[in-house]
Structure formats: structure tokens, C-alpha cells
Design a protein around this ligand. Sequence first.
Ligand code: CA
Length: 230
Amino acid sequence: MQGDAHVLVVEDEPALRGDLAEYLAARGFRVDQAASCKESLGVLDKRRPDIILLDLSLPDGSGFTVAAAARQKYDLAVGIIMLTAFSDEAHRLAGLSVGADIYLVKTASLREIDACCRNLMRRLRSSPSSSADPTAPVWDLDEAHWQLMTPDGVAVSLTGTEIAFLKPLMDAPNTPQERSRLSPRGDTRNLDAVVQRLRRKVEAASAHPPPFKTVYGSGYVFTGRRKGTG
Ligand code: CA
């Protein structure tokens, strides 16, 4: 029913891990299991799960380590559901700050966990390039002349650094790109300053807002349409 959706269940308590794995498998997910940080990282090295159901306190460390490793390796392509006994706000905020998509306390029912996995899969599958907005303004990147063409038909002159930022974004509309991909030689130190300057240039030239947005904790995304595509 979930097609090939793949869930990694990370939980050190064998009975709970078994219940979760069995229930999700019965609901149509492909399930991998891990009982520690080390085992989880081993699974992540081999393949990308669609969703990680993640216990926070593990015998050899914290689930935050696993979440951070998953984000670093697969960015936003993996959904993270944190499942933990802690319910206080500090833990919840810590979970969200490492990029957990959903935070559940362990009193959640199996049915509720299954519903969260389904919702998250829908979100993951509908987000990237498939959700291009057909009414979004059309921009174009003229690499030969180092220009960004605005929907109003104005040419904005670009620096090499700005092209290095815009090209990967505009090649893949609505798909978040990591900061290191958007910076010359992967050096992200000046990226925010570059983007700020570019925003001001675009704002001065066009009635349309700059077509790139920050993706929290990750990078940027191009939200317009590019001429000649979708
Ligand atoms: Ca635990």
C-alpha cells in the first residue's frame, strides 16, 4: 500500500522495536531496524530510508546524532519522526532544531505513528519538483551574458559567485539545495552575504520578490519557474 516506502526503526528496547517494525510492515512499509546509534549509522551508510522513526535515548548516544547524520547525508530527502519518552519543551525544541519533521511522545499509539508516517510520505513525495506552481513568475538565467532575466523583462547583471548560487537552484526549481552546492568550491562562509546582496539587486530591478528562499537548517530553494521548463 505504501509502495516502496522504507522506514528505519531506531529503538533500543527490543519489545517496542519489534512491535513498531511488525506493525509498520503489516501496514505496507519496508522496515529496517536498528538498536543503537552505531547500527543506525551502519544502515544509513547502505541506503537512504524514506523515514526514520527515531528513539532519542540510545545505549551508545543520542538519537540527535542519528538525525544529524541523516540530514548531512541525505538532506531533506529523509523524513525524521522523533519518538521519545521526553515530552518537555527543551527536548522538543532540540529535536526540531536538528531537523526532526515530527515529534511524538512514546505514549502515541501505533495507529497514530502509522498515520504520521503516511502524512510525512505524502509531504515528501509531493514536495520537490513535482509541485511546481504553474502560475509562478518566470525567470531565466542567461549564463552567457551573466544575467538574470526577471519576469518584468529586466536583465540583472550577475557576478560569478551569484551565478554559482543561482544555477543549481534554477536548474531544479522547488528542490532545496544544500549550501555547499551553492557556493564556489563549497566554501559557504560568504554565502549569506552574497544572497543578501543579490536580493537587494533583484528587488531594485523587479516588481517581483526574489525567487529564492531559505530552507531552514539546510540551504536554499528556487520558487519561481524557469523559462522553457515546467
Ligand atoms: Ca531508548
